[in-house]
Design a protein around this ligand. Structure first.
Ligand code: SAM
Length: 245
């Protein structure tokens, strides 16, 4: 008689290699989440991913409040990389910045780059907190990859170190209402750039517009908040050049 396979309801990111028969020791907060919050016990199953080895079904073999062990049973999804798209954005208020990181991870950015521009209000940012948001977003959206959230980078430095061959979708509020749309022709590596609440300064705009790899884009006839603009730009890019096609 076939014993029906239990379905995993819980998805967890672990920083540990995954493979058949691999045991995964749990950290204290993971054990607390699985056994105290989700009330799992020995024999229950969990979906695991680590951003490298795809998704695995794992079984609980040790369940304590402070620690636990899982064992990988079977791969349930191969690693699926998102397209080579960076989301570069100027951080805004905390909750809205969290929202941008969460949406970028869900929508398939492979790297999230907080950028300090002239009119950016915050000059400090908790990279580890934003990275944790990206992990949580990947856990809940079924992704097998977690985008890296980089440290806050000055716009000048970002442009100085710009990689050869990467195109830039420069979302410029000065183009509000214009017909400048993303020309859906060139694939390959891309980045989206979204400015802060105050927009781009005139010298920044001049510099960005002169870059040979920049494509100036309008996001319609209204000025969008930066968090809305990030989601709108990613939607347009994914539809035209990404993995939504
Ligand atoms: N303070 C600026 C102004 O009033 O012109 C608006 C900045 S907007 C809140 C934040 C960012 O979202 C902009 O820097 C730009 O990257 C993007 N954005 C918002 N609406 C846009 C539009 N209609 N077209 C292109 N980019 C837009």
């Amino acid at each position: 008689m076939n014993v029906p396979m239990k379905n995993a309801k819980v998805r967890l990111y672990v920083d540990h290699p995954l493979g058949e028969g691999q045991t995964i020791p749990l950290e204290r907060d993971q054990a607390n989440y699985l056994f105290a919050v989700m009330r799992l016990s020995v024999g229950d199953v969990v979906s695991l991913f680590n951003g490298r080895d795809g998704e695995w079904r794992a079984e609980v073999v040790v369940a304590n409040k402070r620690n636990g062990v899982l064992i990988c049973v079977q791969q349930t999804q191969p690693l699926q990389m998102p397209p080579d798209l960076w989301l570069c954005f100027a951080p805004i208020k905390k909750a809205r910045t969290d929202f941008i990181v969460e949406k970028a991870a869900e929508m398939g950015a492979c790297r999230i780059v907080p950028v300090q521009t002239e009119y950016t209000n915050s000059d400090r940012m908790r990279q580890d907190r934003l990275q944790a948001h990206a992990v949580e977003a990947a856990e809940q959206c079924g992704g097998t990859y977690v985008p890296e959230v980089t440290e806050l980078t000055k716009l000048d430095k970002l442009l100085e170190d710009w990689p050869v061959g990467r195109q830039l979708m420069f979302c410029d509020e000065a183009e509000v209402g214009s017909a400048k749309q993303l020309a859906a022709s060139e694939g390959g590596p891309w980045a989206i750039l979204i400015g802060p609440e105050g927009g781009f300064s005139p010298p920044e705009r001049e510099r960005l517009r002169a870059l040979p790899f920049a494509h100036v884009v309008s996001l319609g006839p209204r000025i969008l908040r930066a968090d809305t603009a990030a989601v709108a730009a990613m939607t347009l890019w994914q539809q035209a050049l990404g993995d939504w096609q």
